[in-house]
Design a protein around this ligand. Structure first.
Ligand code: NDP
Length: 303
């Protein structure tokens, strides 16, 4: 069952012995982050009972309210925040400190209130890399990757792949102009010699002969039952592996096609869990094991 969210105006100061964590977004009702984090906090409290006083909630915050929400939440005893749509980029000018990973991605999904200021991090790239390694046995630095999309999730994937000096990175998007803007931004930080871009409907023939290709779907195509495939996997080498960042539904049409073609594949739940583990580790300064997080995520999604 999903926990319900509260409005920012209904947040009240916490007692001194309590520590608050929260995810901020709009819409936010669908988020399963509280279940994921609370299960890990419960596990941490076995070793250190102080974590019994830590709580994680979801708060509905509109774009226009974010600048006032951040100092208010700090005053109320909130130490760690996750950000989701529409705040990940808009928060940047509100922060005095943003770590290198988040700067490279151009977005922040984790805030830590430390030294009397909110500090920005991004755990999406880490979450993706960890998920690829654990679920599909992919070492990003040695991989050849095709990323579908040019939004925030695709940018996190590209920045992670380029920072690991992937052997080759291709990116495809429906809107080529949006992808070209992203390419320019990535070029300000990374060496783009092994990098190419093209339109989603115009996959170059050279890609069909690439062995051990990793295809990452970072488009939102697949979220709805009526969605068409972002690309057909027919014609790609049988050693191709497919990672779809979408986790609800658990099997998109793209993943169903990968299964039919005998390709290894995985949905985005592992990325969600690993990015959450990284955020919690920043806030608690503890190593987080992802087992309990996975179980609670699956339970929340009834998967
Ligand atoms: P954005 O809205 O920033 O980007 C959406 C992308 O999808 C764009 O590239 C867009 O292309 C493409 N797209 C949308 N509709 C279509 C269509 N009809 N045909 C072709 N392409 C289309 O979203 P995000 O980058 O934030 O998220 C992308 C996906 O990744 C979402 O499904 C999200 O749930 C998932 N995600 C999963 C995470 C996880 O932890 N597993 C973390 C973050 C995101 P165009 O530019 O042409 O409009």
């Amino acid at each position: 069952m999903l926990e319900s969210s509260i409005l920012i105006e209904d947040v009240v100061p916490l007692p001194d012995n309590q520590v608050g964590l929260a995810v901020l977004g709009s819409p936010i009702e669908h988020s399963i982050s509280p279940q994921i984090h609370l299960s890990a906090l419960k596990e941490l409290s076995i070793i250190d009972p102080k974590f019994l006083n830590w709580n994680y909630i979801k708060i509905q915050v509109e774009s226009s309210d974010l600048p006032s929400a951040l100092p208010y939440l700090a005053k109320c005893g909130y130490l760690g925040l996750n950000l989701t749509i529409p705040h990940k980029v808009d928060v940047l000018p509100l922060l005095e400190s943003v770590d290198e990973e988040a700067r490279n991605i151009g977005a922040v999904n984790t805030l830590f209130y430390d030294c009397a200021k909110w500090n920005g991090f991004n755990s999406d790239g880490y979450g993706l890399e960890k998920a690829l390694g654990q679920s599909l046995d992919i070492s990003l630095g040695a991989a050849k990757v095709l990323i579908l999309g040019a939004g925030g999730a695709a940018r996190a994937a590209a920045a992670q792949a380029l920072s690991r000096q992937c052997r080759q990175v291709w990116m495809a998007n429906r809107s080529l102009s949006r992808l070209k803007i992203l390419e320019k931004k990535l070029g300000e930080t990374f060496d783009l010699s092994g990098f190419s871009t093209f339109e989603l409907s115009k996959i170059p023939a050279e890609l069909f002969t690439v062995e051990d290709l990793v295809i990452i779907n970072a488009t939102s195509l697949g979220l709805n039952k009526s969605d068409v495939l972002p690309i057909s996997l027919r014609g790609f080498h049988s050693t191709t592996k497919v990672y779809d960042m979408i986790y609800n539904p658990p099997q998109t049409e793209l993943l169903a096609e990968a299964v039919n073609l005998g390709m290894s594949c995985e949905n985005g739940l592992s990325m969600l869990v690993h990015q959450a583990a990284r955020s919690l580790s920043i806030w608690t300064k503890q190593g987080i094991s992802s087992g309990a997080m996975f179980s609670s995520a699956k339970l929340a999604l009834k998967q």
